[in-house]
Design a protein around this ligand. Structure first.
Ligand SMILES: NC(=O)c1ccc[n+]([C@@H]2O[C@H](COP(=O)([O-])OP(=O)(O)OC[C@H]3O[C@@H](n4cnc5c(N)ncnc54)[C@H](OP(=O)(O)O)[C@@H]3O)[C@@H](O)[C@H]2O)c1
Length: 262
């Protein structure tokens, strides 16, 4: 068996967990070994244990810097935390999921032949992240393999489009959770028990995700909106209150905030 390549995660928060679990449950699990680092040794070790991941928690002397030599580095820290670490050696490649951080900024901190800027989402944990990706370097095949191991990879033509995908990917699970909450509350208002409403809405989302894989939103709406029927009454209220516009504006504000960060 060829020697395993090292995936060095810098950061052990929600995104690191989602990506690491996605990769660990994919067919890449034997190709890569995990190293986890950050500013807190206990948290790095706990991250491996709690998520049942095989790997090594590495803590580097801050004055010497994190050893990235020959490694595939996955930066999963907060954008401002980039300044917290020094990096030594030449990385094989650097993957950053930090919202709003451009490759030029990464180059000022870590030396590597290849840089990948990606915007995954928490679905990575179930290998269902929708990830927009921009890449500089010569590793297109490997980048596709790694990112596809935790979901769908869509390569875009500019870094700015990766930030734009906060709208369709990065932040959207939170927006959808708000819709789910509203539907559950609606069920409760109409007299359903909260746990029953939760269970029904969960399955609605599951079924909806299958429908959306095969049909356009227009087709789905048409198929359940009969003339003079019940659904069109509800749709009229949502359109009257400009819910669609509110979503588009909410996504726009999220993208603006991301771009303002750096
Ligand atoms: N969550 C998402 O849905 C999502 C989606 C797309 C992209 N992202 C990006 O993923 C990155 C991580 O987000 P997250 O959701 O995983 O956040 P998180 O759960 O809060 O984890 C943040 C990580 O950054 C580290 N960190 C924070 N401040 C630091 C500092 N000053 N110095 C050193 N390390 C520091 C934390 O370590 P300590 O615990 O030791 O502070 C932790 O490992 C962000 O850049 C975000 O833009 C997130």
């Amino acid at each position: 068996m060829p020697a395993q390549k090292t995936l060095l995660f810098v950061g052990y928060g929600n995104m690191a967990k989602a990506i690491a679990l996605g990769i660990a449950n994919s067919n890449l699990k034997d190709i890569y070994r995990f190293e986890i680092t950050g500013r807190n040794p206990q948290k790095a070790q706990k991250f491996l244990e709690e998520n049942h991941l095989t790997g090594e928690a590495k803590i580097y002397d801050p004055s010497l810097g994190i050893d990235v030599d020959g490694k595939i580095v996955i930066l999963c820290i907060k954008p401002y935390a980039l300044e917290s670490f020094k990096y030594k050696g030449n990385a094989n490649s650097v993957y950053s999921v930090m919202a709003g951080v451009n490759i030029d900024t990464l180059k000022q901190h870590i030396i590597s032949a290849n840089y990948v800027k990606a915007m995954p989402n928490v679905g990575a944990r179930y290998q269902k992240s929708s990830t927009a990706v921009y890449m500089e370097g010569n590793i297109a095949e490997e980048a596709k393999k790694i990112i596809s191991s935790f979901g769908c990879a869509v390569f875009v033509d500019s870094e700015s489009l990766v930030d734009a995908s906060i709208a369709t990917g990065g932040s959207s699970p939170a927006f959808l959770a708000l819709v789910a909450q509203a539907l559950i509350d609606a069920g409760v208002r109409e007299g359903l028990k909260r746990e029953d409403a939760l269970s029904l809405v969960r399955t609605t989302f599951e079924g909806f995700s299958h429908l959306l894989c095969e049909q356009s939103p227009d087709q789905i709406i048409s198929s359940i909106t009969s003339p003079g029927g019940t659904t069109i009454e509800g749709l009229f209220v949502l359109e009257d209150r400009a819910v669609r516009g509110a979503f588009i504006q909410a996504c726009h504000e999220a993208v603006l905030k991301c771009k303002k960060k750096h």
